[in-house]
Design a binder for this molecule. Structure first.
Ligand SMILES: Nc1ncnc2c1ncn2[C@@H]1O[C@H](COP(=O)(O)OP(=O)(O)OP(=O)(O)O)[C@@H](O)[C@H]1O
Ligand code: NI
Length: 332
């Protein structure tokens, strides 16, 4: 296990997650890795079922039975400068960090908000829980946070219940809650999926603005390559529970090395079109139960060789932070 580099916030290595179900063992995430540096925006892309949500939840140990994190390390630099391995801390210690130094925004704002509590209650609760600020002060902070997420009339809206807010406004409240304690890392898992296209663009702009205003890093999980093109500095492509390729956003679009990434890009005629999705690649996502050895993409890969379905792909460093896991690029 190596230490963190300067300006590095998080470094995950060898993260493996399995679900022990009656149908068999689900190989949800295998040997996945990820780095996040201060102030950058990182995108994690891949088709449905590729392991994006499970991987990012595993970063802070958020895996419930029958799931289990089998191995891996997740080094994280805390606000006070100390470096910890999130997978080695006690559940209480991780809970202290989650919602405070690392926070999540999930896809569905309705399930993140309790219908019996106001917008202000939600925000104030996370403030009092992590910082011990008195409720009255926390509610005043909530108003200013609602202003930060561009909710009009925040003094009025702070007293609204979820059903009194539109879907876009609810997601803004969820984001306000997530940033209430000025996290070093905000993890947003498909934060705009259930919103209409105009609202999606507004929420993404908001996340970008907040990243610079709050000096935090952003890890954005998405199906949508248009979103990647617009928001990410660096990209990780996931397939079948593994990282297939990583590079800066320019390299991913200009010279993708993994056949899967190439097909993804070809399935999106115009990466700036927000509504395109990735589902149009021939074949289906692999069944993660009873995974065979070899590259998970081999059955769908137009360039697959005999070795591809026999042995796991090698990690090939193409330089400049561009890494691909593919036999086609193996040095012979
Ligand atoms: N509680 C669970 N029990 C069993 N299998 C699970 C559980 N949660 C997730 N999985 C499996 O883990 C795999 C990865 O799922 P995950 O939700 O991480 O995919 P994803 O890339 O986030 O997909 P999407 O884009 O649809 O959100 C899938 O095969 C899924 O069925
Ligand atoms: Ni997901």
């Amino acid at each position: 296990m190596s230490a963190l580099e300067d300006r590095q916030v998080l470094s995950a290595r060898g993260v493996t997650v399995r679900f022990y179900t009656y149908a068999g063992v689900v190989h949800a995430v295998t040997d996945a890795y990820l780095d996040v540096y201060e102030g950058e925006s990182v995108a994690l892309v891949g088709e449905t079922g590729s392991g994006k949500s499970v991987f990012t939840k595993a970063l802070t140990g958020l895996i419930d039975p029958p799931g289990r994190i089998e191995s891996g390390s997740v080094l994280f630099r805390r606000r006070d400068g100390r470096v910890v391995d999130l997978l080695k801390l006690s559940p209480e210690e991780v809970r202290e960090i989650r919602g405070d130094e690392i926070s999540y925004v999930f896809q569905d704002p309705s399930s993140a908000l309790d219908p019996l509590y106001t917008a202000g209650d939600h925000i104030a609760e996370t403030i009092t829980e992590h910082r011990g600020v008195p409720k009255g002060d926390a509610l005043r902070e909530a108003v200013s946070l609602l202003r930060d997420v561009m909710i009009p009339n925040p003094e009025v809206r702070v007293k609204n219940y979820p059903h009194e807010l539109s879907g876009g406004m609810r997601q803004r409240v969820v984001i306000a809650t997530a940033i209430a304690n000025k996290p070093r890392l905000l993890i947003a898992d498909e934060p705009t999926t259930n919103l209409d296209v105009t609202v999606q663009a507004q929420i993404l702009d908001l996340l970008k603005d907040l990243r610079s205003k709050y000096g935090m890093s952003l890890l954005l999980i998405t199906h949508n390559l248009g979103v990647v093109a617009e928001t990410a500095d660096r990209v990780y492509v996931m397939y079948g529970g593994r990282i297939a390729e990583t590079a800066d956003v320019y390299t991913v679009f200009e010279s993708p090395a993994h056949p899967y990434t190439q097909l993804l890009l070809r399935s999106v005629p115009n990466p700036l079109k927000k509504i395109e999705r990735l589902e149009s690649i021939p074949g289906t996502v692999p069944n993660l139960i009873d995974m065979k050895p070899g590259c998970p993409f081999a059955p769908r890969c137009p360039f697959a060789m005999e070795v591809c379905s026999r042995e796991d792909p090698p990690r090939v460093d193409l330089g400049g932070g561009h890494v691909v896991h593919c036999w086609l690029h193996a040095k012979r």
